[in-house]
Design a binder for this molecule. Structure first.
Ligand SMILES: Cc1ncc(COP(=O)(O)O)c(C=O)c1O
Length: 470
């Protein structure tokens, strides 16, 4: 296999060295049985294993192979997910206190990076389809208007695809940013697989992104925490700035098991991309056909020109048969052992991969059919009171200022009218409903309580309390 890191690890462990080096489990000896084989490859920087922070050997080689496979000029490994890549991209593109244009439904890591930089987010509101309750990404004209209004914006960072697999055409948006001479960055955490089949929307780098991040662990056969940060051929970021910030934010003890996993996932995809994704496409099509015969359950997709979707992201609505997404998710899990990626009031989101078999899809269809029987008629009326507030929270100050203010924890139901000191984020999908520095409305406290009451988790609410500025 053309996997330099993995090959090095196999060679090293095959030599049966007597390690008097980190980590403390001594190449698996001290680990629980199921972790032993991974532990045998879990080494540290020793002669020949290279260094993520100054790669000159196998890591450099593996990153170069990844760059080639994903169509990047340079690719860097992250052992801390896309999160660290987003921090690095924002820091590389925006000066402290500067402005950055983002989609309002950006991941919480974007807001955290902006907070740390004491930067100012300028938000574009993504379009929303009321009929299917789906956010559709940002419209090019909205981005252009925002660029006109804010001449001092230093970078654009958009999420594409979103959690629901919705992928706008961003080519024109990248062009608009370039015309202004500012970097166009993409949070492509959910799209690491796009490079490997023409059946997916084109990847961000091909559409003109200066840089992007991709969580390998979300959709590719790679261990949790693995992610890639890519820079395009004509990136406007200062040369070397991305790797410099990554080096500042990442652990100095990166896991070789994680790095080998990235190396191997890239190799699997390069070797088998067409075979794997063609087969998955056929399975998903067959699934769609079966699903169309089940009353009350629909697969949700935006039918709007210019908006592509990831066929492997299955968004289901049980609305017509009388189940909220939370309810359907619970039935699928508790009664049929099927665990979805995410649920919301209106949807259940499933991630299909080439590593799901025909049997898996048969089991899934059977479970969905049975789940639909639990419903008792249209759910719309029942859900109308839990709609997210129509207006955005009022901004009192920038997130970076808010996180530095003295704060206190108060019960959520008493937080109406107070300024949040932290992001408040239903997770998944990890999109803050309130940024630090924004006013929590009474309507929002009720909506958040409803999400929690329905079984959703919300980061930023602990023991029923939220952090607000004193
Ligand atoms: C849109 C988006 N961006 C970034 C991230 C962060 O990715 P990671 O968990 O790999 O750090 C997530 C995680 O859910 C996400 O949904």
């Amino acid at each position: 296999m053309n996997t330099p890191i993995y090959n090095m690890l196999l060679k090293y462990s095959g030599q049966r060295p007597l390690p008097f080096h980190m980590p403390g489990h001594v190449m698996g000896r001290g680990l629980a049985a199921l972790l032993k084989s991974a532990g045998s490859l879990d080494i540290t920087e020793v002669p020949g294993s290279d260094s993520l922070h100054d790669p000159i050997g196998v890591i450099k080689e593996a990153q170069a192979l990844a760059a080639r496979a994903f169509g990047a000029r340079d690719t860097y490994f992250s052992v801390n997910g896309s999160t660290v890549g987003i921090h690095a991209m924002v820091h590389a593109a925006v000066k402290p206190g500067g402005k950055i244009l983002i989609n309002r439904d950006a991941h919480t890591s974007v807001i955290n990076a902006i907070s740390l930089l004491k930067a100012e987010p300028v938000c574009i509101i993504p379009r929303y389809d009321e009929d299917i309750h789906l956010t559709l990404g940002c419209e090019k004209s909205d981005l252009e208007s925002a660029l006109l209004l804010h001449r001092d914006v230093q970078a654009v960072l958009l999420t594409r695809p979103n959690y629901y697999g919705v992928a706008r055409d961003i080519k024109g948006m990248a062009k608009a940013a370039r015309a202004r001479g500012i970097p166009f960055l993409v949070d492509e955490a959910h799209g690491a697989h796009f490079a490997f089949s023409g059946l997916f929307p084109p990847p961000a780098l091909r559409l003109g992104a200066d840089a992007c991040v991709q969580s390998m662990h979300k959709t590719l056969p790679a261990l949790t925490q693995t992610a890639l940060i890519h820079e395009g051929a004509s990136s406007l970021l200062d040369h070397g700035s991305l790797s410099r910030y990554l080096s500042m934010f990442q652990t100095t003890s990166p896991s070789y098991v994680l790095m080998a996993s990235m190396d191997i996932a890239r190799e699997i995809m390069e070797k088998r991309e067409a075979e794997l994704y063609d087969a998955l496409y056929d399975r998903v099509r067959a699934f769609d056909k079966e699903l169309s015969g089940i009353g009350g359950v629909r697969r949700i997709k935006p039918g709007v020109p210019g908006i592509d979707t990831d066929f492997s992201r299955i968004v289901l609505s049980f609305e017509e048969c009388g189940l909220s997404g939370f309810e359907a998710e619970r039935i699928l899990r508790e009664s049929f052992g099927i665990v979805a990626e995410m649920a919301g009031h209106y949807h259940v989101v499933l991630i299909a991969t080439p590593f799901h078999t025909d049997e898996d899809f048969i089991t899934l269809v059977r479970a969905i059919r049975e789940t639909a029987r639990y419903g008792d008629g249209p759910v719309e009326d029942r859900l109308s009171f839990v709609r997210a507030p129509d207006t955005l929270p009022e901004k009192a100050m920038n997130p970076g200022d808010a996180v530095l203010k003295a704060s206190e924890r108060i019960p959520l139901e008493k937080a109406g009218g107070r300024i949040s000191a932290a992001p408040i984020t239903p997770y998944p999908p990890g999109i803050p409903l309130v940024y630090p520095g924004e006013v929590i409305s009474g309507e929002l406290t009720r909506y958040l309580a409803e999400i929690q009451g329905s079984g959703g988790r919300v980061h930023g609410i602990m023991d029923g309390r939220v952090q607000v500025i004193r």
